[in-house]
Design a protein around this ligand. Sequence first.
Ligand SMILES: *Cc1c(COP(=O)(O)O)cnc(C)c1O
Length: 367
Amino acid sequence: MNDQIQPQPGIMDIALYEGGASKVAGRTDAVKLSSNENPFGPSDKAKEAFARCAHSMHRYPSTDHAGLRGAIGDVYKLDADKIIIGVGSDEIIHMLCQAYVGAGSEVVFTEHGFLMYRISTMAAGGTPVEVKERDRTTDVDAILAACNENTKLVFIANPNNPTGTMIAPAELERLARGLPPQAILVIDAAYSEYVEGYDGGADIATRLENVVMTRTFSKIYGLGGLRVGWGYGPKAIIDVLNRVRGPFNMSTAQLETAEAAVRDQDWLERCRNDNTRLRAWLAEALAEKGVPSDTSTANFILARFTSTAEAEACDEYLKSEGIIVRRVAGYNLPHCLRITVGDEPSCRRVAHLIGQFKAQFMAGDLA
Ligand SMILES: *Cc1c(COP(=O)(O)O)cnc(C)c1O
């Protein structure tokens, strides 16, 4: 063992990311409600575009991503020159940290914030600063109080994962305007398409010089396995990010499939409407069985149990019945389970099983 070979400080302190489980031992019919995936998958047009790419795999992909940026610009009515494409929004988050964070930099996010913010901050040698939320909701005043002359980035997912709550655009703008001059607000809008009429922070990122918005094809577009995300913000910041981006970071299949996906807004609307209907149904069904949740604005529900033991026991019970949900102890919510809104049969099944579990747990059978 050569102890002269050492990574940069902080790297070995990073806790490895654990994705939502996708299998239950001994079962082939497990239903996965653990990663906030679109249960209906991508649009047929996206699948057709992906299949067509098989014929051009010997060709290097575009390096400027003009086709996909143009399509996003058309659909979202944004300037394509202020858009950057990445390997999921994870890569945009990573590029932001790589470009703006180093030793001595602080990066602020909330106590139930997305785990990637911490990982990318530490990978860049920066110091994560975790801020309390109020009733599982982003607290702008607490964030402003945590900022100082070392703050480089502030990450807010809106709607937030895993809480499902969101704050109003006016609150995001108040946050951006209150930041120290060297800090950038990153609005992570991974779930914004689930909120009808919400622009994800695009308007604020258009008007203010210190705001970047990140988006993804992994959620409502149903392309989590393909890995495509994008960022939008001031030209000066996008120009910086393009310098740390690998020129061939995106494959042809990623670019062409995402372009077809974004142009099929009819599919997106159908998925949003189904999600809205089934989410309301699921939340109410669980509440009736004694499992409350905050009003969710995303494609999942954060189900609250009376204790960590109860949440763990329910998770085990669901798994034994072939349903996989997400434990969120890593997000400082050990008494909760995050449940993705699946298709109608999955919603009915998970609600039914949680009702059975509650009845048994209350009777002491599983305690
Ligand atoms: C799922 C998710 C993303 C998307 O990440 P990708 O890398 O685009 O798959 C980003 N932010 C949050 C908060 C998420 O939950």
